[in-house]
Design a binder for this molecule. Structure first.
Ligand code: ATP
Ligand code: MG
Length: 492
């Protein structure tokens, strides 16, 4: 890894670019890369920080007093006639100052006379538009598979040394899974997670993975738009949706153990009535395939600064790629995609970003998007070929309602055999799954109030008191069904 990556950096430093933005969490490692290159470049290396000001790095030098102030430091560089490479640690907060922007520009403009390269090393960096033409970005490469094996191995040896030569217990499969889960992290973070996995019990086993995944997710998701769940729903918690279930079972292998001759499935869209179990089904996809579930909250991606929203989105999608294989759940996608008509085209570009990413994404990230308002669903999203399939989740049939009653009674440790499920299913014509669950919950309260064990009659009473969705939403429901008829396949 190191050779290629320092080769790229060397090319960049030789190519007369005055300003380099290095986005990294590994300042120390980047500094060492520069230090290794310096003898070949024959230019002095300096470092600046707000605490010490500027000092020379390639030969031990004292800090230059009075250069702690960012503006003073830039003036010092501008006025010095010496060529050099400057590493600016965490300079990003000061780049917003117009005086500093001007000074950076003046240093950059005189590169031909005095070659001075300023490398701004920060965890995150946005350059001001005035400086765009002077900037290049450099991203240090992340450790590859071999590097990660080495890191895990080093940590295992380290643990053994501290434990009287006892060896770390593991097996090939768990080790491979651990390394797979560490990919996409910096060397420093990978080492830290490997160490904590080993230290817990002196072993690397499958049981370490959920914690590693959760920690990794926290490291990656800087925008906070992704939520991570390792515990997902089971399809046995879902009544009906049998076609969807069969469809998923057929594709499980192709996704979980990819075959180079088959395109892995990319994603599906669930459209349907409120409370029909779309969100529940999305969670069950991850459960069925045994993969972690990432929820993408489009709402939190929106940012008032130009370009930031898309950047957040790209970052979240990149984080999802790094978590692959996984299921990426985008709930109520229509809300995010059409926040308002006059948002300056942001939602349009967000949609474009998602669609392009879906088309190009070769990592195993399976998208499950849900929607219940078709009017606001962008046509680009439902066009044939975008999603592998669009499923329509309608109100449950009597047989499915029976199953849903059974599921929710069992969930509350009540034996369904004592109930007249047939009668409940018939009485709840037009109910959604959520309404059925609600009737069970309300009936439990009623029974408790009457100090009786829950019985069919309590549930029937609650059913009679509910005006179901099919009544309240008759017209929108009919529109939805008409829309779905020739665009979707039934989920059940
Ligand atoms: N088919 C079903 N089987 C079992 N439970 C269901 C079913 N449908 C709904 N429920 C129950 O109702 C709850 C709410 O359903 P869910 O949130 O999945 O519906 P939704 O289709 O996503 O609704 P919305 O459009 O309002 O987001 C579920 O958590 C579950 O407890
Ligand atoms: Mg939902």
């Amino acid at each position: 890894m190191a050779t290629n990556e320092s080769h790229d950096l060397e090319l960049l430093l030789r190519s007369h670019i005055p300003l380099i933005a290095v986005e990294t969490q590994e300042e120390q490692r980047v500094r060492e890369m520069f230090q290794r290159l310096i003898p070949r470049l024959g230019r002095p290396l300096f470092q600046w920080s707000i605490t010490d000001g500027v000092r020379r790095l390639d030969i031990e030098g004292p800090a230059n007093k009075g250069t702690e102030d960012p503006g003073e430091f830039l003036r010092h560089v501008r006025d010095s006639q010496q060529a050099g490479i400057y590493l600016l640690a965490d300079f990003h907060p000061y780049v917003t100052d117009p005086v500093n922007v001007r000074l950076l520009k003046e240093i950059a403009q005189t590169y031909a006379q005095t070659p001075r390269t300023l490398a701004l090393i920060s965890h995150r960096f946005e350059h001001p538009p005035e400086l765009r033409k002077f900037f290049a970005r450099y991203e240090p490469a992340l450790p590859g598979r071999d590097d990660l094996y080495k890191i895990v191995n080093d940590e295992a040896l380290e643990w053994a040394r501290g434990n009287g030569g006892k060896r770390v217990r593991t097996d090939r499969a768990s080790l491979d899974r651990l390394v797979q889960n560490l990919s996409g992290l910096t060397a420093w973070d990978a080492r830290r997670l490997a160490r904590s996995a080993i230290q817990r019990d002196g072993a690397i086993t499958e049981s370490d993975l959920p914690e590693v995944m959760a920690a990794k997710h926290q490291l990656l998701d800087r925008s906070g738009a992704l939520s991570f769940t390792y515990d997902t729903a089971k399809f046995s918690d879902v009544g009906g949706l049998n076609r969807l279930r069969a469809w998923l079972e057929r594709r499980r292998r192709a996704f979980v153990e990819p075959d180079p001759h088959l395109d892995p499935p990319k994603g599906l869209l669930l459209v349907g009535v409120q409370g029909g179990g779309k969100s529940l089904a999305a969670k069950a996809v991850a459960g069925l395939w045994g993969l972690p579930l990432l929820g993408l909250d489009m709402g939190t991606l929106y940012n008032k600064y130009y370009g930031e929203s898309e950047r957040n989105l790209r970052e979240a999608l990149r984080a999802a790629e790094v978590m692959a294989p996984c299921v990426l759940w985008i709930d109520e996608i229509e809300k995010a995609m059409s926040q308002s008509d006059n948002d300056g085209g942001v939602s349009q570009r967000m949609l474009g970003t998602v669609l392009t990413w879906m088309a190009e994404n070769s990592k195993r990230v399976f998208i499950v998007a849900t929607a219940n308002a078709i009017e606001r669903l962008p046509p680009e999203l439902v066009r044939k070929g975008r999603m592998d399939e669009i499923f329509f989740v309608d109100l449950p049939s009597p047989a499915v309602r029976r199953d849903i009653f059974e599921i929710h009674l069992r969930k509350r440790d009540i034996e369904p055999e004592q109930f007249d499920l047939q009668q409940l299913a018939e009485a709840s014509e037009g109910f959604s799954g959520a309404e059925i669950e609600q009737a069970v919950v309300a009936a439990l309260y009623l029974a408790r109030e009457q100090e009786q064990p829950l019985a069919t009659e309590h549930v029937l009473t609650e059913i009679r008191e509910t005006r179901p969705l099919s009544t309240v939403m008759r017209e929108p429901l009919e529109r939805l069904r008409a829309w779905a008829r020739d665009r979707t396949v039934p989920a059940d």
